[in-house]
Write a protein that binds this ligand. Structure first.
Ligand code: SF4
Ligand code: SF4
Length: 504
């Protein structure tokens, strides 16, 4: 059956550079001399360390506990000794350090006791708790805790489970290689996800520049007993964006400010499905992931990497770079983040380490004034007006930027890519979003402080009134006429109120 596909607005065709890293199978990266495990690798509250310096840990052991509902634990990626719990450079757009648990591996890679779970017989909330305890986060980039996304809530079921094998960003091939080599396990994970979401169907969207992945997934689908369709979609950046993939495959649009589940679709990266399989069917928490190391390197390749491996160790595995290194990006050239310290570790969000040279990535010419050509709007997959957003962000008219749906911007970079004035548009949108987020955080803090003050004032007033009433009742206990009693009560209340006013 041929699937009827739909299109999304805009999009671009950047050079792919994907074949560089798909000539070799996924290799196992060796255990490094030191592992650095950040406590904050997911959306939500950071995990709380629960080990001490000098403690021996085993592979898969929880070393930091989840702290709150939207949070995940961190696990030891191998056996060894905790040598420090201290800030360390991490891959983050701010370039700042964050709290990390440092482990010196013992080289033996000894697991904690772990075993498979029979998910079919488990209560859904028990199964979700298992996935939380296993530290499973979305590997498509957002690293949102997967267990929370696998809760259909009041909807009871999410009819469509959509696996995202788009991987549309240039240079990155980890999903492609995982689909080629581990297709059966991806579908085993999808079966678990479907069980939790009670989905009627599983769809897998893959760009047609990955014919081997499509073939491997189709073979696995034929052998699987779950209702799954592998759908080849045209190669067009950013078809791997969740909203864009949903539009291409189902024709439905996620409403502005809404979620895909509002229209009955739950989307997950193919790597996340693989991680769910390993967690449930093998009992293995998320202690590793596949990472593409490519660009200006000796031999680009995908590696199965322990979380916490320093990026410089991974780059070293690919041999000498042919040209002088001019920088490193985590992710791809369109949406990735600059890495300023190669001691930073690979984390759950690390899909690619892209090493740059001046030839491969020449510096952009200086930005010029916007000439209102509207080319940015023509390619914007979110159907925004990037030039207007740019003006509002630049002039700090954040309310207007919000009115023009700034938060629907997926930061895909299509607008910057085509801008003839070379304006780094996405940087302006990120700036505006972070300013709005900071203002909202301040407002929340002052609202909380105001609520606390109001509650305290109300409590003091109530206590004063109760005291006054008690005093008045005592005085009223003496024989006296009704008028005298009331006068005594009024006088006591007035005294109490005077005391309160002078004490404030
Ligand atoms: S593409 Fe660049 S120059 Fe053209 S309207 Fe957009 S921001 Fe302005
Ligand atoms: S970065 Fe934002 S504004 Fe620019 S094309 Fe992508 S979605 Fe549109």
């Amino acid at each position: 059956m041929t699937d009827r596909l739909h299109t999304f607005h805009g999009g671009i065709h950047p050079e792919e550079h994907k074949t560089l890293s798909t000539t070799h199978p996924i290799a196992q990266a060796p255990i490094p001399a030191r592992l650095i495990v950040p406590v904050r690798q997911h959306i939500g509250e950071p995990a709380r360390p629960c080990v001490s310096i000098g403690e021996k840990v085993r592979k898969g052991q929880i070393i930091a506990q989840a702290d709150g509902y939207v949070s995940l634990p961190a696990h030891a990626p191998t056996s060894g000794i905790v040598t420090a719990i201290a800030p360390h450079p991490v891959p983050h757009p701010s370039g700042l350090s964050d709290l990390c648990i440092h482990i010196e591996p013992d080289g033996q890679d000894i697991w904690i006791e772990h075993s498979a779970s029979d998910y079919q017989s488990m209560h859904p909330s028990t199964l979700r708790n298992l996935l939380r305890d296993m530290g499973i986060a979305g590997l498509g980039g957002a690293v949102f805790p997967t267990f929370a996304k696998l809760n259909p809530g009041k909807a009871v079921k999410i009819p469509t489970l959509l696996l995202n094998g788009g991987e549309c960003e240039p240079w990155i091939t980890c999903d492609d290689m995982v689909m080629r080599e581990r297709a059966d396990d991806i579908l085993r994970g999808a079966a678990i996800m479907r069980h939790l979401l009670q989905s009627d169907e599983i769809l897998v969207g893959i760009e047609d520049n990955k014919p081997q992945a499509i073939a491997a997934m189709r073979t696995a689908a034929q052998q699987s007993d779950i209702p799954v369709r592998i759908i080849s979609i045209p190669t067009l950046y950013p078809s791997g964006g969740a909203k864009q993939l949903i539009k291409i495959i189902t024709g439905r649009e996620v409403p502005s400010g809404g979620r895909s589940t509002d229209i009955g679709v739950a989307t997950f990266n193919v790597g996340t499905a693989l991680a769910v399989h390993r967690a449930v069917n093998l009992g293995e928490p998320m202690v590793s992931r596949v990472v593409t190391v490519t660009g200006n390197v000796g031999q680009a390749q995908n590696f199965d990497v322990m979380i916490g491996t320093p990026m410089q160790d991974l780059i070293a595995l690919t041999g000498l770079p042919p040209e002088p290194v001019s920088g490193v990006i985590m992710g791809g050239p369109m949406m990735g983040i600059k890495i300023t310290d190669l001691h930073a570790p690979a984390v759950k969000a690390t899909n690619c380490i892209l090493v740059k040279s001046g030839t491969m990535f020449p510096s952009p010419p200086p930005a010029m004034e916007c000439i209102r050509c509207t080319r940015c709007a023509e390619v914007c997959p979110a159907e925004l007006q990037p030039q207007a957003l740019y003006w509002f962000a630049r002039s700090k008219h954040f309310d207007k930027a919000r009115e023009y749906a700034l938060f629907d911007c997926i930061e895909c970079g299509c607008c910057s890519y085509v801008c003839p004035s070379h304006i780094p548009l996405v940087q302006y949108y990120r700036f505006a979003k972070s300013e709005i987020a900071a203002t909202e955080a301040n407002e929340r803090a002052s609202n909380l402080a105001r609520q606390r003050h109001d509650a305290r004032t109300a409590r003091l007033e109530r206590e004063a009134r109760e005291r006054a009433e008690r005093l008045a009742q005592k005085s009223a206990a003496k024989p006296a006429g009704d008028e005298a009693k009331q006068a005594a009560i009024d006088a006591a209340i007035a005294r109490a109120q005077t005391q309160k006013t002078t004490s404030e």
